[in-house]
Design a protein around this ligand. Structure first.
Ligand code: NDP
Length: 481
């Protein structure tokens, strides 16, 4: 039998020019950190060093916050919305012009497949700037009363799973509403934020409106704790979210937290099975499962469970795991050794607690951080893999018999970020959506994002919304919804 396979189709990395080292972006230029020194960022697919980046300490944080304050008072808060909008449009257009460069850099630094950074991360990031540019001169009509006022300086801390997209979710609404920004990207994925800093300069954004401080958790903690910050916006783990909520308690700072999730992807026996299989795969293997709203718990109706699992496993054997820059790759590299260790430990706990593990039989590269797409069956609700956020390509399958049982199982989690429903009955979708305690409920699709649609969690998945009109409220004074 002849075998048909894909020939390698690598995206060229020549479009990216990396500097050997990067400073901090404060006041519209790159400056050296007060303490000097830095850290390296590596390519998770090869473990090769990509660049050295600065580490900001309290003194750099203080300088950046003072710079952002000045830019807010003297320029940005006084500028008419229509003028601010022009800058946002300009940034969006430059992001589109430099989209290939942004996509390749994102895949290099993060490990995600180029087809995802190219088709999802970068276009959505640009869309967030376009969308918010449209709001900048219409805030008077957004339902927040006349002349809604910005808060001032926003401290923004983002994770490594969607580095550029999370930056866009944070920076675009902040600027549209007249705030200035100090943003800290994640330690392992600073490079697209630094390229974004270049884009801000290219767009002639007034110096100090956007400041970018690289560093690790301590830099984020110093930024959040700075007394002259008016707003804290955080996306990341629930554990760090708790620390941030504690750090800002009792201050005047306004906070939004977008934290972890353990979403149920619920498949009924009348679902279009082929579509549902694609939705399950997209729900958990997209971005190596490093997705806060990943459909990491598959709840499947008992009568079709066997068929769904067999078809899912057949589909999983076709997933191509490997070089993130290859345009055929479906699943890229795990972002860091630390994350790989965490995923491995939770998968081992799944086996130890009695669930049955099945991993796609794919060859994994020898260098770099890799984890084969994996599914656990025979999972009990009390198992760690059914309760904890794995944040990797690991799916736990549970079954149910009735819609009420599906709702009870889906809501049996401390999280509440997202959920998916697969059924042909519209009435059932509405009945379920009404009862699911999740910020986003997808019906016959999964992991769909749009800047116009608010995103955020219930319970330990955080509070506040990002995107849409609701997302503007987090950056305005006394905003009512
Ligand atoms: P963190 O929550 O630690 O990281 C998110 C961001 O916060 C990073 O920029 C981080 O910096 C920064 N940070 C860390 N500590 C503090 C602090 N005390 N104060 C302010 N900022 C801080 O996530 P991790 O990268 O450590 O991942 C740990 C686990 O969290 C993952 O395994 C995953 O389960 C979950 N996670 C969930 C995300 C989600 O969206 N739901 C996103 C990321 C992680 P630095 O990168 O330097 O540590």
């Amino acid at each position: 039998m002849p075998t048909f396979d894909y020939a390698p189709a690598p995206e060229s990395r020549a479009v990216v020019t990396l500097q050997p080292s990067y400073g901090l972006f404060i006041g519209g230029e790159f400056v050296e950190p007060v303490a000097g020194g830095g850290m390296t960022t590596i390519e998770p697919a090869t473990e090769k060093v990509l660049a050295e980046v600065a580490v900001a300490d309290e003194r750099d944080v203080d300088l950046a916050v003072r710079t952002a304050r000045r830019a807010h008072q003297r320029i940005w808060s006084r500028m008419p919305g229509a003028e601010r909008a022009k800058y946002l449009y300009r940034i969006a257009r430059i992001m589109q012009e430099r989209s290939r460069e942004l996509a390749v850099l994102e895949s290099l630094d993060n490990g995600k497949p180029i087809k995802e950074s190219r088709d999802v991360d970068v276009p959505l990031a640009a869309a967030h700037f376009f969308y918010h540019a449209g709001w900048a001169d219409k805030l008077d009509w957004a339902g927040f009363g006349p002349n809604p006022a910005p808060l001032g300086v926003a401290a923004q801390v983002i994770p490594w799973n969607f580095p550029l997209l999370m930056l866009a979710w944070k920076v675009a609404p902040a600027l549209a509403t007249g705030n200035t920004v100090v943003l800290k990207p994640a330690e392992t994925t600073p490079l697209t934020a630094l390229l974004f800093a270049e884009i801000c300069a290219q767009a002639d954004l007034p110096p100090g409106v956007v400041n970018i401080l690289t560093g690790a958790g301590a830099t984020g903690a110093a930024l959040v704790a700075h007394p002259d910050v008016d707003k804290v916006a955080f996306t990341g783990s629930t554990e760090v979210g708790r620390q941030i909520a504690t750090a800002v308690a009792g201050t005047r700072k306004k906070v939004t937290l977008e934290l972890g999730g353990k979403a149920a992807n619920i498949v009924f026996d009348d679902a279009p099975i082929d579509q549902a299989i694609e939705g399950i795969v997209n729900g958990i293997y997209f971005n190596q499962g490093h997705v806060c709203c990943a459909g990491s718990r598959l709840l499947v109706q008992e009568s079709v469970a066997e068929e769904v699992i067999a078809r899912l496993q057949a589909r999983m054997t076709t997933l191509r795991v490997g070089d993130p820059l290859d345009k055929n790759t479906d699943v890229g590299a795990i972002n860091s050794q630390e994350q790989l260790t965490r995923i491995t430990a939770l998968a081992e706990a799944g086996e130890a607690e009695g669930a049955t593990r099945w991993s796609a039989p794919c060859p994994l590269p020898r260098k770099g951080f890799w984890f084969a797409p994996t599914v656990f069956t025979g999972v009990a609700p009390a198992h760690r893999i059914a309760r904890e956020e794995v944040f990797g390509p690991v799916l736990s399958v549970l079954t149910f018999r009735t819609p009420s049982e599906a709702v009870a199982r889906a809501n049996n989690t401390p999280y509440g970020l997202s959920a998916g429903i697969w059924t042909e009955k519209g009435s059932r979708i509405l009945w379920m959506a009404d009862r699911l305690r999740a910020g986003v409920v997808w019906a016959n699709t999964f992991n769909r994002f749009d800047p116009a649609s608010p995103f955020g969690g219930y319970k330990e998945s955080g509070y506040g919304r990002e995107g849409g009109r609701h997302g503007l409220a987090g950056y305005l004074k006394e905003a009512g919804l």
